[in-house]
Write a protein that binds this ligand. Structure first.
Ligand SMILES: C=C(O[C@@H]1C=C(C(=O)O)C=C[C@H]1O)C(=O)O
Ligand SMILES: [Mg+2]
Length: 462
């Protein structure tokens, strides 16, 4: 018999086998337990020996963290993603056997993944492996939260499974992950080449948008651009995560590997969190650099709070999120004025939105209502999306889209995947955008996007 930290895996699987032999269908078995402290990045790095696809998520307060190794199941949807994912997840949960030996709300079968920025977009040159919406339940998932460290093991069992063999494989792999060799940074991997994709054309497009806003009933359009980077050696994702976690406070840090590529970033923008019907969303738009001295910095923050153009950019987001949240929640609370949200390289205008979800709505319904907010597409949503489809040459893929997780009862959280990049070996494409309103100046918007590349550039060693 194999015992791990008080949990008898073979026993759990034997009981599960009896169940599936009665139902005659395969089931996902999800076993979670409390474990001793393990370094999250060492766990992530050790996972490379076991599986191609790893996932990483840390919330902005760094008190909820998931590290996923492999996929025991991947949910994919190309169309009507939110409804499809929701329905498929419910079906999967009905045939999942859950054994929990812990007190955390963040263990058991958890789906980690993302939606595309625009479902209508079907050209996937850059984004191979990230087609449509994809959520995975990792084979092994480390949870780190306020209650401690937990391991969830997710495995399939069918009426013919050899439980003894399965248990011994799981045991061996878990041992490997839970006793990882200590991780040290591989050192600097210098950036050899930086290539901004058509900056001149991009500034022209900003001008075109301001003209367009003057002549149409559109208030804001968010334009994004790409910076291509080449490193000396293939990128070490663990090192990039370490940099982001250390330097980008107040940010969600995420990584999602697929087909040899990794989408990774440190986003300050919460889309929505749902915890037992409590909803928390965020309006984040309006940007200024950080000052060099404390005095300077404070003054720049004050100037941002009073700047007409940035306040307009921000207010458009607040209005839309308020309407979207009102349609599915009550007790909606939104402060009158934004405050400053400070980041390592820049500061934003920030307004939190709190509410109670109405009966019948889930996290995914709210994501559907919110995405894309005017912080990422513009306003009105349809008009700005049509403009982007016609004029933006960048393939946004998962950039600017909801990325996050949810559990069996649809508690979870999504961030907006900005300050991010897609890395494949020694090559990376970084993305940054900005809200263009009628008073936008192409040069200033260009500078704004330039600073938005810095979190990823610094993390890559530039
Ligand atoms: C689009 C991005 O950021 C968004 C645009 C902002 C702005 O224009 O002021 C600020 C925060 C984000 O909502 C990005 O970082 O790529
Ligand atoms: Mg802006």
């Amino acid at each position: 018999m194999i015992e791990t930290q008080g949990i008898n895996i073979e026993g759990v699987l034997t009981a599960a086998l009896k169940q599936v032999q009665v139902s005659k269908t395969a089931s996902l078995v999800s076993i979670s337990e409390k474990i001793n402290k393990v370094d999250r990045l060492s766990f992530f790095a050790a996972g490379k020996n076991l599986a191609k696809n790893r996932s990483f998520w840390s919330n902005a307060d760094q008190n909820v963290c998931f590290v996923g190794i492999g996929d025991s199941y991947t949910l994919k949807a190309e169309r009507h993603s939110y409804d499809t994912v929701k329905a498929e997840w419910k079906k999967l949960m009905e045939r999942t056997i859950i054994k929990r030996h812990d007190e955390s709300a963040n263990t058991g079968p958890i789906a980690i993944g993302g939606f595309p920025f625009d479902e209508e977009n079907e050209t996937y040159q850059l984004w191979q492996g990230f087609e449509g919406s994809q959520f995975r339940i990792p084979e092994y998932m480390l949870t780190v939260d306020e209650n401690g460290y937990f391991l969830t093991t997710n495995t399939w069992i069918d009426p013919h499974s050899n439980v003894g063999k399965l248990a011994s494989v799981l045991h061996e792999e878990r041992n490997m992950l839970l006793n990882p060799p200590p991780q040290r940074s591989e050192g600097v991997n210098p950036i050899l080449l930086k290539h901004e994709v058509d900056p001149g054309e991009w500034k022209n497009l900003v001008r075109e948008v301001t003209d367009y806003i003057d002549n149409h009933s559109v208030e804001k359009i968010v334009l994004a651009r790409e910076l291509q980077v080449e490193l000396r050696k293939p990128c070490n994702i663990t090192d990039v995560l370490r940099q982001l976690l250390t330097n980008q406070k107040n940010s969600y840090v995420f990584a999602w590997e697929s087909e040899g590529a990794c989408f990774i970033g440190a986003s300050p923008e919460r889309l929505v969190q749902v915890k037992n019907n409590h909803l928390l969303s965020t309006c984040l738009a309006g940007t200024a650099p950080r000052g060099k001295t404390t005095e300077d910095d404070k003054q720049m923050g004050q100037a941002l709070l009073q700047d007409k153009k940035n306040r307009e950019e921000h207010q458009i987001v607040v209005n839309m999120i308020r309407d979207a949240v009102l349609s599915c929640a009550h007790n909606v609370q939104i402060p009158e004025q934004p405050v400053i949200y400070p980041l390592q390289n820049l500061q934003h205008l920030y307004t939190p939105v709190r509410a109670e979800l109405k009966h019948g709505y889930t996290l995914l319904d709210v994501v559907k209502k919110l995405h894309p907010t005017p912080a990422l597409s513009g306003f009105p949503q349809n008009e700005s999306l049509s403009f982007l489809r016609e004029h933006e040459t960048l393939e946004r893929g998962w950039y600017g889209a909801p990325i996050g997780w949810f559990n069996r009862s649809f508690n979870g959280e999504f961030a907006v995947a900005i300050r991010s990049g897609l890395i494949c070996d020694e090559k990376a494409s970084l993305f940054a955008g900005c809200g263009v309103v009628k008073d936008s100046d192409p040069e200033m918007e260009y500078e704004e996007t330039k600073i938005k590349f810095t979190p990823m550039l610094e993390a890559l060693g530039g």
